[in-house]
Design a protein around this ligand. Structure first.
Ligand code: SAM
Length: 157
C-alpha cells in the first residue's frame, strides 16, 4: 500500500515545512508516502465560501484515482488513540488497498461531493486546527503508527 496526503495551498511557514520534511523522511523508511499540494485557488477573494469549497472539491476529486481509498481529515470524524490508528493502518494494508489517500480540506472544509466520495472521516481532535498545521500532525501520527506496528521505541503508552 502507498499513502498519499492531499492538501490545499503551499505551506507558507518554513519551520512547519522543515518539521514536515523531517517526519516524511522518517516515514519513508516504512512506506511510500507522497504529499501532493493542490495550489491555492486563484481569485478566491472574489468567491463565496460555498464557491471556494466547490472549486476545491472539484480539484480534490480530480486527483483521486478509481482504486484509491479516500479518507478525510475532519474535526467531526472518528477519533482514534495512536494505538488504534496504528491498528487501522494495519487493517487498511491487509485489505489490499493500493493507495490510501488522506485529504485535508481548505479553510472552509469540504464540499458535499467530497464527503460523498469519501470512505471515512478521521478527527485528530474535536478542536479545529489550521489547514496548514494539520498536515504536520497527521504525518507525525502516520509515522507514529508505523513505529507502533514495528515495535520501535518511539511511542510510549
Ligand atoms: C480550518 S479547517 C476547516 C474548518 C471548517 N470549518 C470545517 O468545517 O471543516 C481546515 C481543514 O483542516 C483539517 N482539520 C482541522 N482540524 C482538524 C481536526 N481536529 N481533525 C482532523 N482534521 C482537521 C480538515 O481537513 C479541515 O477541512
Amino acid at each position: 500500500m502507498n499513502i498519499k496526503l492531499l492538501a490545499i495551498g503551499k505551506t507558507d511557514s518554513k519551520p512547519l515545512q522543515t518539521l514536515m520534511d523531517e517526519y516524511m523522511k522518517r516515514l519513508s523508511f516504512y512506506i511510500k508516502f507522497d504529499l501532493e499540494v493542490i495550489p491555492d485557488i486563484k481569485n478566491a477573494k472574489n468567491m463565496s465560501e460555498a464557491q471556494q469549497k466547490q472549486k476545491e472539491g472539484e480539484l480534490i476529486l480530480s486527483k483521486i484515482g478509481p482504486t484509491d481509498q479516500l479518507i478525510l481529515l475532519d474535526d467531526k470524524g472518528k477519533e482514534f488513540t495512536s494505538m488504534g490508528f496504528a491498528d487501522e493502518l494495519q487493517k487498511k494494508m491487509n485489505s489490499g488497498i493500493k493507495t490510501l489517500v488522506f485529504v485535508i480540506g481548505g479553510p472552509y472544509g469540504f464540499s458535499d461531493d467530497v464527503y460523498k466520495n469519501a470512505k471515512g472521516k478521521i478527527s485528530l481532535s474535536r478542536m479545529t486546527f489550521s489547514h496548514q498545521m494539520i498536515r504536520l500532525f497527521i504525518i507525525e501520527q502516520i509515522y507514529r503508527g508505523f513505529t507502533i506496528l514495528k515495535n520501535e521505541p518511539y511511542h510510549h503508552e
